[in-house]
Design a protein around this ligand. Structure first.
Ligand SMILES: [Zn+2]
Length: 339
């Protein structure tokens, strides 16, 4: 089968379109014929090796949608032919955390497309429980567009205890995760201040639910304070990391929370300890998402309560171009590869 592999860490053009053996299912697995694969920041971080390193070669692709073509010995054979999309998080499925739908706390945590091969391929093998029925209302492109970003955003907002009427500052709002957070937080009735990378995306972010849009930069904490009458925000939705962390802390109100779900620009940042204790701040980490978050966002997407924004659809062979577009930082919405 054809697949795109990360064979060495490097720039987008190191992604290689290769011929590899078609995977066969293990006893608890299914093999899915991929029709569409979503491109995520995680794929780029895996490819450049800057934050995560995995054994190479690896086929990236946490989000994909397609149809089940083979089922392992322990899997109900009636699933063959089922339209599915990928649940992004790998977990044991039976520990106390998994049983509560909080798979992201499982000690067997992993991610499709990094722990195991993902969807930048004609076929992909995943545990049966990671192939989730795709509602009729969603086509394959849409099915590959939301699971990782929307479920992660939902998990982070839940971890950050965002409530209706509160204010939230959302970093990287023109990226996939930030955009999802804008939509979800707005649907919850929060006041959303979106941090964008370019004035070109202001209008789209307002349509997605942002009350105000502030350009990323060294003045953003001051601007956010001004927008909140000097008070600061109740929650900062942070996944950019080193480049923005100081500004994020500075933008928090008394009793403010910062939820951190990623570190795209690096893992080390100074923390103003005086601000932490005098303003009674909380820094909350959040890894991935759980099944309850995925179920929640699938329901919202299927009912069109939120509408993942799809910017561009490219063939699998143009995966490198898709990564370059994402890395340019000024895109809005998802890039989907069709297979
Ligand atoms: Zn578990």
């Amino acid at each position: 089968m054809q697949a795109v592999q990360i064979q060495q860490y490097g720039a987008a053009d190191t992604l290689a379109l290769v011929d590899v053996a078609t995977p066969a299912p293990g006893p608890d697995d299914v093999v899915v014929r991929v029709h569409a694969a979503g491109v995520n920041r995680l794929d780029v971080l895996l490819r450049d090796g800057s934050v995560f390193q995995v054994p190479l070669p690896r086929i990236p692709g946490t989000d994909f949608a397609g149809e089940i073509v083979e089922a392992g010995a322990n899997v109900d054979r009636r699933r063959i032919g089922e339209r599915v999309f990928a649940a992004p998080i790998l977990s044991c499925g039976h520990c106390e955390h998994c049983l509560r739908g909080e798979d992201n706390r499982c000690s067997h945590f992993g991610t499709v497309g990094s722990t195991i091969d993902g969807g930048y391929a004609q076929f992909v093998r995943v545990p049966s429980r990671n192939a989730v029925a795709l509602p009729e209302a969603l086509d394959y492109v849409r099915g590959a567009s939301f699971a990782l970003t929307y479920a992660t955003a939902a998990a982070m907002l839940r971890r950050g205890r965002l409530a209706a009427g509160e204010s939230v500052m959302i970093l990287g709002a023109n990226g996939g995760l930030g955009y999802a957070a804008v939509e979800l937080a707005s649907a919850m009735g929060a006041r959303v201040i979106a941090i964008g990378r370019s004035a070109d995306t202001d209008e789209a972010l307002r349509r997605a639910g942002a009350t105000a849009v502030v350009l990323a930069g060294p003045a953003m904490a001051d601007e956010v304070r001004e927008l909140t009458g000097g008070r600061g925000v109740d929650l900062v939705f942070e996944h950019v990391g080193a480049a923005t962390f100081e500004q994020s802390v500075a933008a928090l109100a008394m009793d403010g929370r910062l939820v951190l779900g990623g570190v795209t620009t690096g893992t080390m940042a100074p923390l103003d300890l005086k601000a932490v204790f005098t303003r009674r701040l909380e820094v909350l980490g959040c890894r991935g998402s759980g099944r309850r978050d995925l179920d929640h966002v699938l329901d919202l997407v299927a009912r069109e309560r939120v509408r993942p924004c799809i910017q561009q659809v490219l063939p699998l062979a143009q995966a490198a171009q898709a990564h370059r577009l994402l890395e340019s930082g000024v895109t809005l919405g998802k890039i989907i590869l069709t297979v």
